[in-house]
Design a binder for this molecule. Structure first.
Ligand code: HEM
Length: 151
């Protein structure tokens, strides 16, 4: 059993490298990276180190367009709940294999939240929080206050 938490760049690199090794071997996901998107691994991996370093430690300097990049895949291949659940299961499995601790738990929660957001946005799944029919009077007043405070 591992006793190491994710403490910085070094651990992020180990996590990301191992995760994408698994992804490339996976039946549901591998071909999306290698055939559909035909991504350039030597540039994708450093981007993902920066991404997770930014998420976890706010210092990775990631800049990108994750929603746009995934949205482009939708007309080309299945990008539904099944694919996102598979992605997340592999990610969690990799974290658990290598790390344990607060940051390890946190990165899994972040991944799950982002998988939900990316899945919902690229498939235009309605989010009840933003359904005008379900907004409470209190929320309505708050949003109106933002609008009137806007420059
Ligand atoms: C079905 C699940 C997923 C698949 C098949 C997938 C596939 C891909 C592919 C092919 C790219 C490269 C796109 C390009 O450069 O044109 C990419 C980029 C990326 N993915 Fe995913 N992804 C999945 C889920 C996720 C999730 C859940 C996250 C976040 C937790 C994530 C984070 C990113 C980021 C940050 C990039 C770089 C975006 C950029 O360059 O701006 N992906 N993904």
């Amino acid at each position: 059993m591992t006793t190491t938490d994710i403490l910085g760049r070094e651990e992020i690199v180990r996590l990301v490298d191992r995760f994408y090794e698994k992804v490339r071997e996976d039946e549901t996901l591998g071909f999306i990276f290698d055939k559909v998107a035909a991504i350039d691994w030597p540039s994708h991996l450093p981007k993902m180190y920066a991404f997770w370093q930014t998420v976890l430690f706010r210092d990775g300097g990631f800049r990108g367009d994750p929603i746009g990049k995934h949205a482009r895949l939708v007309p080309l291949t299945a990008m539904g709940r099944e694919q996102f659940d598979c992605w997340l299961a592999l990610f969690e499995e990799t974290v658990d294999e290598l790390f344990t601790g607060e940051n390890a738990a946190h990165i899994k929660r972040c991944a799950a939240d982002m998988a939900n957001v990316i899945h919902a946005k690229i498939n235009a799944v309605p989010d009840e929080r933003f359904d005008p029919m379900k907004i409470t009077a209190e929320q309505r007043a708050r949003y109106a206050a933002y609008r009137s405070a806007a420059p």
